[in-house]
Design a protein around this ligand. Structure first.
Ligand SMILES: [Zn+2]
Length: 332
């Protein structure tokens, strides 16, 4: 079993749709290319974990609003791009399907630049288009707070849906071929996005609420709707979202089995939230441990094809469809 799991893991394209490593890099606490005893993600550990595509969230602290947030993003982006350039042999920043295919063919890890929270758009579609030109491939509309696109899950019962600007952003992201991320979005906004979007969307790092009742997890109705849209949700390793009483690999697999049972094999992926979480589930201590999840899925009877889809096939399908629909960068 262990060997079969290792072989499958090596063969599969592994995609992790969420990590917060950029914050550590920008603070100068660690280098991307150097194995660290701190945190969860660096190139040596991504290699060890067999990760082929890593989304790097650029998370702007909520105390920075609008123009301040945009400035902060640019600082994070600058720090990340410098790290990427210093490690260009092992890592390629990609924002089109062609670039992603090329990186994989070269055996480089493909880095996807994602933004968590649309406050930094400052209410401007021009800013959105500039971010796309800079190579941003994914945007989460909100973090936990309200912004001028929509309300985040932190707004709880008072939450509303998409604003007029939020609706314009969805349409423009569809046109630009940018992936819409609905993790952190409050439910009314989630339903608005699914009503409006002409492209599949992702919930990059959210689990199943039926298994663990947390506001950051998706209800069965949301998971069904995401599946009907052709979208994908990424399993989040954050212990409170897995099970506050027992967060380990097997409990995470319970979330996977629930989603598979509910909507079949085509709508589940990985969104570890590494470096955004303080604690990790037992058995998944850092990015080097992804093969343990493959092992656990097989052990619980998930077939190899389905495991490969969860490891990365499903997120790749969405990237190919959404990025592939984009006009050439020079034409946007
Ligand atoms: Zn997050």
């Amino acid at each position: 079993m262990k060997e079969a799991a290792a072989a499958l893991h090596r063969r599969a394209v592994v995609v992790d749709a969420h990590c917060d490593t950029v914050l550590d890099l920008a603070a100068g606490r660690r280098r991307l290319g150097v194995r660290s005893a701190q945190g969860h993600v660096d190139l040596p550990r991504l290699r060890e974990g067999g990760v082929d595509v890593q989304f790097f969230a650029h998370f702007v602290e909520p105390r920075c609003r609008r123009e301040q947030a945009l400035k902060r993003f640019l600082e994070l982006y600058d720090a990340f791009m410098a790290e990427a350039e210093a490690n260009a042999r092992d890592l390629a920043v990609v924002s089109t399907w062609t670039q992603l295919e090329e990186a994989l063919a070269q055996g480089r890890i493909a880095a996807v630049i994602a933004i968590e929270g649309g406050d930094l758009l400052c209410g401007s579609l021009e800013v959105l288009r500039c971010l796309r030109r800079l190579g941003v491939g994914v945007l989460g509309l909100t973090w936990n707070e309200r912004n001028d696109l929509a309300d985040g899950v932190g707004e709880a019962a008072r939450a509303g849906g998409l604003t007029r600007f939020g609706r314009q952003v969805v349409a423009e992201m569809n046109r630009l071929g940018m992936v819409i991320d609905v993790s952190h979005l409050a439910e009314p906004g989630f339903w608005d996005v699914l009503d409006l979007t002409s492209q599949p969307v992702i919930a990059s790092h959210s689990n199943a609420r039926a298994v663990c009742d947390h506001v950051r997890n998706l209800t069965d109705d949301q998971i069904r709707a995401l599946a009907a849209n052709g979208g994908v949700m990424g399993l989040n390793f954050c212990p409170p979202f897995v099970d506050p009483h027992r967060a380990d690999v097997d409990r995470l697999v319970d979330h996977a089995l629930h989603v598979l049972e509910l909507v079949g094999p085509d709508h589940l992926g990985l969104g570890s939230d590494f470096d955004g979480i303080l604690e990790t589930p037992a058995g998944l201590e850092d990015a080097g441990r992804f093969p343990r999840l493959t092992e656990a899925l097989l052990k619980r009877g998930v077939d190899e094809n389905t495991v490969a889809k969860i490891l990365g096939g499903n997120f790749l399908r969405v990237l190919r469809q959404v990025w592939g629909s984009a006009p050439e960068p020079s034409m946007t």
